[in-house]
Design a protein around this ligand. Sequence first.
Ligand code: F6R
Length: 234
Amino acid sequence: ACDVLPDRQAAETEFARRIAAKVRRKPDMVLGLATGNSMIGVYRVLVAMHRKEGLSFAAATSFNLDEYCGLPAGHPASFASYMREHFFAHVDMPPGSAHLPDENACADYEAAIAKTGIDLQILGIGRNGHIGFNEPGAPVTSRTRVVELAAATRTANQRDFPAGEAVPARAVTMGIATILAARSILLLATGPAKAEALAAALEGPVTPQNPASFLRLHADVTVICDRDAATLLS
Ligand code: F6R
């Protein structure tokens, strides 16, 4: 299913509402979380729902999709810092319930996820069709592992790093198989830069060249996008 909202803010709000509805129905939800620009507004809405409507994450558990390799603890561009700043510091999820992958413990991360499974995996999409940091070429059987980032991804993410500081060349990410094992998946695509990747993912061939196309192998995926990201859909 693909839901086209009029603009970015409407898409982010709808995306957050879908997450909140699931958390209300199952407070001990296991969430697969994403970072990136697209998700900032989503976390803002969830935090507002926590403050104003009592949406609680006290019983929830989370596993983030990915993290850069080699950044010192507390680096402002790390996904751990992002999650703290945009979400964890403002909601009631116990710190021990939030997990991020560690480049030195990929198998442990898979084992921890396998214990409960992920109820709801949220995803953004890269301009090259990546999901998590599964860049074009990622096998459908891939699991949590260290990967090389595509040049395009490092360029896009330079915005998060201080001037003169390079984006790490490598990252740790859940694999395609890890993502496809989630019971339910929500993908958010906003802005014209995502139009090509989104159309290829939803309407092109299912191929490692567009990792998001593998989502068509899953029975419960909902795509929320804005009009700018939907322009190339038929
Ligand atoms: C982030 C992640 C990435 C982003 C994607 C889109 O945890 O896994 O796949 O979802 O790069 O990023 P933005 O939203 O910054 O365009």
